[in-house]
Design a protein around this ligand. Structure first.
Ligand SMILES: Cc1ncc(COP(=O)(O)O)c(C=O)c1O
Length: 441
């Protein structure tokens, strides 16, 4: 029986959203927070239904994961078929064809010549392994990351992350030899030249370039607020890395897999990274992540030095192969561009209605954000309004996410398979919720 046609379990007092939230709070630690007390019972395409039968339009895609929509029939069928064959042998013990096929596919689509791939389970692990590989290749310790960047919640990736509140506060000490340069955001007064000058200064005052193994950057900052690198910045980093023998790591964990209108965001800049990290959209929700990079760099780590018990799970590999087929066959990169245009137009309308509250609208394909401010001033962020909108949205059937180093950004990451009518409906709800929250304060 298809899960989406299965009858809901009988409602019981312990199966309401409120009761489940109370049970969750009693059973799980506070650090594992949740956006809203919406307990999902089933999902399909761009829609979710909760345990009480309420319907929601999903403008978050599980944080840029279900780019191919919830329960895409091709993905479900591929996983089901794999599940019936076997679901775990450990890639490091008894490998299997789907993993080889997926590595070949990623090597072919990554904008990297003569690529090799490894699999792990999460985005943070992908970054950890990218750094391990860069250190093994260069024999150097240092890593440079950027302010506002987000790379994960493990100790090393927390150290690389450039935002304290919510991610780092109280969790130190962090590993040594990590340095941060300012991410260029002209809107906030940091030009590309400022950023490159700061990097030069970092080489003078903190670490000499000959001790730097890697520079790690998101081509579009995700958690930081959907800030794309300015044109020419990745090329400038590429040059610096080439001059000093530093490994350029592009974190495509949130931006990858057609989200920005290209398979990978670096393709907009035409720059070839040495290593790319991938997760999230790779397998549409099955926990698998990948590191793809130049063969001479990737092969620096000795056999057994990389991997993990669940690394490259056969279910994840099967799902990822189906996701890649769907992205190609349904032209989801092109669709991301159209979706982005529709959402951007709706946000511009919102700005016309609330010119003093709606700040910068940033979009690359279907990775879209809007900053909320007071008095139309970029330097007066309004995280309170964002919080109110994100909390109110589910009450009207919309799942909405926030982000941003200042907490004042609404991000929109709809499934790329979303039907036009559902997208328009969701944008209508967003406008209504915005009006309500803005008029309240
Ligand atoms: C750019 C980026 N890097 C790394 C990560 C960490 O991935 P994971 O949560 O799978 O460990 C994320 C997650 O949001 C991310 O957006």
């Amino acid at each position: 029986m298809n899960i989406n046609t299965m009858p809901r379990p009988a409602d019981t007092a312990s199966q309401t959203n409120a009761a489940l939230q109370a049970r969750k709070e009693a059973a799980m630690a506070k650090g594992l927070g949740n956006l809203a007390p919406v307990y999902v019972e089933r999902a399909s395409g761009a829609e979710l239904w909760d345990v009480e039968g309420n319907r929601y339009i999903d403008f978050g895609s599980g944080i840029a994961v279900v780019n191919t929509g919830h329960c895409h029939p091709r993905v479900v069928a591929a996983v089901r078929e794999q599940l019936e064959r076997f679901h775990h042998t450990c890639l490091m013990v008894s490998p299997y064809p789907v993993a080889v096929e997926l590595a070949e596919r990623l090597n072919a689509i990554a904008p990297i010549t003569d690529a090799r791939t490894i699999f792990v389970s999460t985005g943070a692990e992908a970054i950890e392994n990218a750094i391990k590989i860069a250190r093994a290749h260069t024999g150097r310790p240092g890593v440079i990351a950027f302010s506002g960047g987000f790379h994960g919640r493990t100790n090393l990736t927390m150290g690389l992350t450039g935002k304290v509140a919510g991610y780092k506060a109280g969790f130190g000490p962090f590993p040594g030899e990590i340095y941060h340069a300012p991410f260029p955001i002209a809107y906030h007064g940091v030009s590309m030249a400022d950023s490159l000058k700061a990097l030069e200064m970092l080489f003078k005052v903190d670490i000499e370039p000959s001790r730097v193994a890697a520079i790690v950057i998101e081509p579009i900052q995700g958690e930081g607020g959907f800030y794309p690198v300015p044109e020419g910045f990745l090329a400038a980093l590429r040059k610096i890395c080439d001059v000093h023998g530093i490994v350029l790591v592009c974190d495509e964990i949130q931006t990858g897999f057609a989200r920005t209108g290209r398979m990978f965001a670096v393709e907009h800049d035409g720059v070839e990274p040495d290593i790319m990290t991938m997760a999230k959209g790779l397998a549409g929700g099955f926990p698998i992540a990948a590191v793809t990079g130049k063969a001479e760099i990737m092969n620096a780590a000795g056999a057994g030095g990389l991997g993990g018990t669940y690394a490259g799970s056969p279910l994840g590999c099967a799902a990822a192969l189906a996701v890649l087929d769907v992205i190609e066959e349904e032209n989801l990169a092109e669709r991301a561009v159209t979706i982005g245009e529709t959402i951007t137009a709706a946000l511009q309308k919102l700005r016309q209605a609330h010119p003093d509250r709606v700040g910068e609208i940033r979009s690359k394909g279907a990775m879209i954000a809007v900053g909320l401010v007071k008095n139309g001033d970029p330097d007066q962020p309004d995280p309170g309004l964002v919080k109110a909108i994100v909390a109110e949205a589910p009450k009207h059937g919309l799942i909405l996410l926030s982000c941003g180093i200042r907490g004042n950004v609404i991000r929109i990451l709809v499934p790329l398979t979303i039907e036009e009518a559902i997208l328009e409906e969701g944008l209508g709800v967003l406008a209504k919720v915005f009006d309500k929250a803005a008029s309240a304060g």
